[in-house]
Design a protein around this ligand. Structure first.
Ligand SMILES: C[S@@+](CC[C@H](N)C(=O)[O-])C[C@H]1O[C@@H](n2cnc3c(N)ncnc32)[C@H](O)[C@@H]1O
Length: 188
């Protein structure tokens, strides 16, 4: 299985890079393709993590492709491994409330099947993590999730990330350095 990330945010923010680095670790550089990377400097950065295409996935016509979209009516299952060669994800940072950008920017533009990973929104790296585990044989019902991540910061304050995260061995599965990275942001 190959994993495609259609880069849809206006820039390759540090936050995107953190998530994309995690995705490369999850699926392996040889199985990862970034599409729609228009900026030459950004292409150079991403070449360390996978194959990089300047064109959009909507122009590249990959066969046997499945879009991972929270708005899809069917949930991805292990048997889907037989039907698809490419899984496509939106390289979109989480937004709240979700604006159905995957549906607008990918599902409506491509003649391809789509699958959900449950309805709640996950970050792109969490979605890739869950999809890869399902393709490797794990059932969706076997995952343990939390519906938000609370990160304590100074003076008893907290940052709440209203996205679904996978829990394994009692801990959320996060990109390396994620908690420290979130603490340094001043957008909250
Ligand atoms: C942060 S999400 C963006 C979701 C966006 N707000 C929307 O409503 O479509 C980034 C990507 O992860 C994947 N994703 C996240 N949660 C998912 C879910 N529950 N089911 C399927 N795909 C999901 C999708 O490919 C999505 O484009």
């Amino acid at each position: 299985m190959k994993y495609i990330i259609e880069h849809l945010d206006p820039e390759l923010y540090d936050w995107c890079l953190l998530e994309y680095t995690h995705i490369s670790e999850i699926v392996g550089k040889e199985n990862l393709i970034f599409t729609n990377v228009r900026n030459v400097e950004e292409r150079k950065k991403l070449e360390r993590l996978g194959t990089v295409e300047e064109k959009s996935v909507t122009q590249l016509k990959y066969p046997r492709l499945c879009i991972l979209d929270p708005a899809a009516s069917k949930t991805l299952e292990p048997a889907d491994k037989q039907s698809f060669d490419y899984l496509l994800f939106g390289g979109i940072l989480g937004d709240w409330p979700p604006r159905q950008r995957t549906k607008k920017e990918l599902t409506r533009k491509l003649d391809a099947q789509s699958r959900n990973l449950g309805q709640p929104q996950m970050s792109t790296n969490t979605a890739v993590y869950v999809a890869k585990k399902i393709i490797d044989g794990k059932k969706f019902s076997e995952f343990q999730f939390i519906e938000e991540l609370v990160i304590p910061v100074e003076d008893g304050e907290e940052i709440e990330l209203p996205f679904r995260f996978v829990v394994e061995n009692g801990k959320p599965v996060l990109a390396k350095g994620y908690v420290e990275f979130v603490r340094k942001q001043d957008v909250f």
